[in-house]
Ligand binder design. Structure first.
Ligand code: SAH
Ligand code: SF4
Ligand code: F3S
Length: 458
């Protein structure tokens, strides 16, 4: 069945696929995987939904705003379907998992709804859809064989950009009370290290120089696997068996950050000296109600240990304001923690109730205007800290892995320092994928500017 449909698609006019992704990097990874699988069946990517035969939307449900964005986009696609009734529209990802059939009812122009554990089956589902035209919601309880062996042996090479994301575990077992992820992504499952390694080697063959290991809580990698391995051992294995320039990972949960992982930052040269360690709130009362299972002092202690072991480590985090019951004093504690720690970057959010999340039923809801005011204060403080820390970079020489031309054009190229700061500089195509030394000359709120200091160093 696959062969035939592939031939049909490869014929005179291959079917055009448009992919749009919302949400986290794990969704980006899933979209990449679906695109690769479909390209193997003869589809070609287009970057304009108007020219597509298939539109694949990978959605996020983590905050209310993210969910609303999906509805307005899907609503706008009605026009396209009207113009081209053969167009197939697929909604996958976390909103698909959350709503299932209800999405098909709400949007009659949708063809396929695919849950988070079903993305590997999209090519087969699409084949069937072209044949029988039946609209369906596919929400399996586990990935089955389709995801387990990705990339399948054979097929097109896994062409990659300089930085390649690789999901090493799915789902989450932490059940922070505000969070929908454990419900839409399911229980935590780690991928066997052999599968992870095979994929990373294929990506390296396809051009990757850095891998970004992904999971909602990568620190607990290995639990439930038949092999005995933990996250720091996985990093050591990847470093030992590949020739990558860099390994990076995200996200880490403070409660599971181990001494052996901290040691990796000093012992493994290709491991980027950067950690994303969400703290969410500075008040112990709030942290307890969030079910984060650490106190502010525990968090600061972990940061101290990281910085003692590796003084140049870059630190970023997530934080939210307006969790139910968050008082002005609680919020002050968040600001105080930020001032003590001085994160390099901070991603900050306004709390919103989510379906299934326990905190949706908590009392003490914070009014929207209070949340907005708190967020503005918090972001103002962090903007100052980020800029001050970026300015401290001026005059220094940093190693940058060159990712490609910068959007600004004019011969500018862009890459990141190990600490995850974006650096733009005058360069040329031959440097893409190489590590270079850059002297930092200027600092802005979201990036640095510099000039090459000698040639490539690898
Ligand atoms: N697994 C990661 C985070 C995943 S979600 C971790 O544990 O840190 C990314 C961020 O979204 C979270 O860190 C949190 O700050 C934010 N977030 C999650 N649920 C939210 C909600 N209901 N309202 C507002 N922000 C939320
Ligand atoms: Fe959500 Fe908490 Fe799991 Fe992160 S660790 S995905 S915030 S439940
Ligand atoms: Fe969003 Fe789902 Fe990721 S809810 S943050 S796309 S796991």
């Amino acid at each position: 069945m696959h062969e035939k449909s592939a031939e049909a698609a490869v014929g005179a006019c291959p079917r055009a696929l448009y992919v749009q992704t919302f949400g986290c990097q794990m969704n980006e990874y899933d979209s990449m995987r679906v695109a690769w699988l479909l390209e193997n069946r003869g589809y070609r990517r287009v970057d304009d939904p108007d020219r597509a035969d298939v539109i694949f939307l990978n959605t996020c449900s983590v905050r209310e705003k993210a969910e609303q964005k999906v509805y307005s986009l899907v609503g706008r696609l009605r026009k396209l379907k009207h113009r081209n009734p053969d167009l197939k529209i697929i909604v996958a990802g976390c909103v698909a998992q959350q709503l299932g059939e209800k999405l098909l009812e709400r949007f009659p122009h949708l063809d396929l709804v695919v849950g988070t554990r079903g993305v590997g089956a999209v090519p087969d589902l699409l084949d069937r859809l072209w044949q029988d035209g039946n609209r369906t919601a596919y929400l399996p309880d586990d990935e089955g064989e389709t995801n387990r062996h990705y990339p399948p042996a054979g097929g097109r090479p896994l062409r990659s950009g300089v930085v390649a994301p690789v999901t090493i575990m799915q789902g989450c077992d932490n059940f922070c009370t505000y969070c929908i992820v454990p419900y839409v992504r399911g229980r935590e499952r780690s991928r066997p290290s052999g599968d992870v390694l095979r994929e990373i080697k294929a990506l390296e063959d396809g051009g990757a120089r850095e891998v970004l290991l992904l999971g909602q809580n990568v620190n607990s990698y290995g639990r439930g696997l038949s092999e005995r391995i933990d996250f720091s051992e996985l990093i050591r294995k990847i470093a030992g068996e590949t020739n990558l320039s860099r390994i990076r990972f995200t996200t880490s949960h403070p409660k599971d950050l181990t001494e052996s992982l901290i040691r990796c930052f000093t012992e493994i040269p290709v491991l980027c000296k950067h950690i994303h360690l969400p703290f969410q709130a500075g008040s112990d009362l709030v942290l307890r109600r969030m079910n984060r299972r650490y106190t502010a002092a525990d968090y600061e202690d972990k940061v101290r240990r990281l910085r003692d072991a590796c003084p140049e480590i870059g630190l970023s985090a997530d934080v939210m304001v307006g969790f139910p019951g968050e008082s002005d004093e609680d919020f002050e504690k968040t600001l105080e923690l930020m001032e003590r720690i001085r994160f390099d970057t901070l991603f900050s959010f306004r709390y919103s109730d989510r379906p299934f999340a326990r905190s949706s039923g908590f009392s003490g809801k914070v009014p929207e205007d209070v949340k907005s005011r708190r967020l503005a204060i918090l972001q103002g403080l962090q903007a100052e800290i980020t800029l001050e820390k970026n300015r401290l970079e001026i005059g220094g020489i940093r190693e940058v892995l060159v990712e490609g031309p910068s959007r600004a054009g004019g011969g500018q190229f862009t890459g990141r320092t190990q600490q995850n700061r974006i650096v733009n500089f005058q360069g040329d195509e031959t440097l893409v994928g190489r590590c270079v030394k850059v002297r930092i000359t200027d600092a802005f709120s979201h990036s640095l500017r510099g000039e090459l200091n000698g040639g490539a160093v690898d």
